[in-house]
Design a protein around this ligand. Structure first.
Ligand SMILES: [Zn+2]
Ligand SMILES: [Zn+2]
Length: 193
């Protein structure tokens, strides 16, 4: 795990201001156009394209496809993280992954994570497999973690760790000292297979 940026504890992790939303939606629109131009999606002409929007409440996954609504939601946290490092590979991969669900669903093919048609399409469009998919069924690379964590330390011993939640209310199990949230950090895990 690599720490890319130190952030204040109260840093706003989503795309929340008007200006941020504007920039984020513009980036998303460009990536959508780029994805629709992929050779593998050459049959999309006859399909009803999904509505694609940012959602700041998606924090545990990076994106979602809703077949019944023909819509895709992308995590506002993830796009904000990409904006902080000016590297949009993670959001590009997530978007293509969700579009692969949509595309195969539209043609009534196997569109679920782990199914052969789906995993094969992911490789062709250079999109990652879901980290939740059984490793034996995954063909593409795993979705790397890019997101926010809290740096936590103990006021009594030299314990230091990273946590997905704030720990400031708790005591260190080993020594009984108070845990302190030092700062928020943006972290990244490397590509894995
Ligand atoms: Zn998926
Ligand atoms: Zn301690």
């Amino acid at each position: 795990m690599e720490v890319l940026k130190d952030l204040p504890l109260d840093f706003s992790r989503g795309c929340s201001t008007k200006k941020e939303k504007e920039i984020a939606n513009q980036i998303l629109a460009e990536l959508v156009e780029e994805a629709y131009g992929l050779d593998e999606f050459y049959l999309i002409g006859g399909l009803t394209k999904p509505s694609i929007s940012l959602n700041n409440r998606i924090t545990t996954t990076q994106g979602r496809f809703y077949p019944s609504r023909n819509s895709i939601e992308i995590s506002g946290y993830l796009l904000k993280a990409c904006m902080l490092i000016n590297d949009f590979d993670a959001i590009r991969g997530t978007l293509r992954h969700e579009l692969a669900h949509w595309y195969l669903f539209s043609f009534k093919q196997d569109y679920n994570d782990g199914q052969r048609d789906f995993e094969e399409l992911l490789i062709k469009i250079d999109a990652p497999s879901s980290g939740a998919t059984n490793k034996k069924l995954r063909l593409s690379r795993e979705t790397p973690f890019l997101g926010y964590m809290f740096e936590v330390s103990c006021d009594k011993c030299d314990f230091k760790d990273y946590s997905t939640t704030r720990c400031g209310k708790y005591r260190h199990k080993n020594c009984g000292g108070h845990l302190i949230d030092n700062k928020m950090v943006l972290v990244k895990e490397d590509w894995k297979n």
